[in-house]
Design a protein around this ligand. Structure first.
Ligand SMILES: *Cc1c(COP(=O)(O)O)cnc(C)c1O
Length: 347
């Protein structure tokens, strides 16, 4: 074990994935970006093991990262654009379904020639991110001779209130134009099953976070101690030569900005009163330090300075017994923004 390590409790993680998959309706696993910290190939292999019919990717180039690990079809979530040469190429790929969110794009993709591109048409929701209004959706059907229409896609805000009502309203509007599968995002599985029941068409629920990261206690991140130094109060350390607030230790931890650490704003003292107290007690926060994601001897410890690219300097007060070089300590990372150095599956 070295660097920033993600340890997957594989039997329990897979049990969670199986449970989510079985709760339906047609779960479409999403593998995009950093692969939710787990990596795109791993997610694609799991989707294959789960027997998923489709795998959703974020952008056209990601199809190449997952293609050899998943044997069925891919759906690209980011709307298709004619300027994107990879998107244009993948429109000719019989295994790829493109998302169309504007009439101008539909006209281009319908006229590419060389087969009928597979498309889903995106319905504009209250997200106001991508999608077509009711009038344009009607026009989609006029192009059916030139494209294979695979359904309607509806991407809802994450907010709970009014979400199901909006889903049902937009779905009904679209289904009045044409009965076809509904590709949904951010409904609960219960809501998606209900929508399938109420509309009578197949509902395909795209899921990323709640699928891959929905059982957080099966995913543990740790970092190794790569060096250790004793420091005195007032001694200057690091790139910034900051004075240490008291006697203690500098623990050099694996993990830094290239792993996605330290991207969040440091937690500041909340109220002026709380700030006054931390100044009065000479806390590290008052000394301008920020809380790190590393837990050493049962507590989150303070960064001695902002994280470096692949390591971080953490301050440990004198009274705490320091870990040894080579030890692994828990580190809290947000897996949707993290890049780990190593992933281990336990059995
Ligand atoms: C990323 C994405 C998802 C998956 O989002 P999670 O919150 O990770 O489940 C679903 N639908 C669309 C359109 C997306 O872009």
């Amino acid at each position: 074990m070295s660097g920033l390590t993600l340890t997957i409790d594989a039997p329990r993680w897979r049990h969670h994935l199986d449970t989510v998959m079985q709760a339906g309706p047609g779960v479409v696993p999403v593998a995009k970006g950093n692969g939710y910290g787990l990596g795109l190939p791993r997610l694609a292999s799991e989707a294959e093991r789960l027997g998923a019919e489709y795998l959703a990717v974020g952008i056209p180039t990601e199809v190449d990262d997952v293609r050899e690990h998943f044997s069925k079809d891919f759906v690209v979530l980011t709307p298709w654009r004619p300027e994107n040469s990879t998107a244009v190429e993948s429109a000719r790929d019989p295994r790829v379904i493109s998302t169309i969110s504007r009439m101008v794009d539909l006209e281009v993709i319908a006229n590419l020639g060389g087969g009928r591109p597979r498309i889903v048409a995106e319905v504009l929701t209250s997200m106001k991110r991508h999608g077509m209004n009711a009038q344009d959706l009607q026009a989609v059907l006029a192009t059916e001779e030139f494209v294979q229409f695979e359904g309607w896609t509806i991407h809802l805000p994450i907010l709970d209130k009014g979400r199901y009502a909006e889903a049902l309203r937009l779905a009904k509007q679209a289904l009045e134009l044409k009965r076809a599968p509904l590709w949904m995002s951010h409904l609960t599985q219960e809501e998606a099953n209900r929508l399938a029941g109420e509309t009578g068409v197949p509902v395909r629920l795209r899921m990323g976070t709640k699928l891959w990261l929905g059982a957080p206690d099966t995913l543990q991140t740790t970092a190794t101690v790569i060096d250790l130094h004793k420091v005195r109060r007032g001694e200057r350390i690091g790139y910034r030569q900051r004075a240490m607030p008291s006697n203690g230790w500098i623990v050099v931890m694996a993990g830094g900005t290239s792993n996605g650490l330290g991207l969040e704003a440091p937690t500041a003292a909340k109220s002026p009163r709380a700030r006054a107290i931390s100044v009065a007690t000479g806390s590290l926060e008052a000394a301008g330090l920020a809380l790190s994601p590393y837990t050493i001897a049962g507590k989150k410890r303070w960064f001695a300075e902002p994280p470096h690219m692949q390591s971080s300097l953490v301050f440990l007060p004198e009274r705490v017994t320091p870990p040894q070089v080579g030890d692994a300590v828990p580190v809290q990372v947000r897996l949707t923004t993290a890049t780990v150095d190593e992933t281990i599956e336990t059995d």
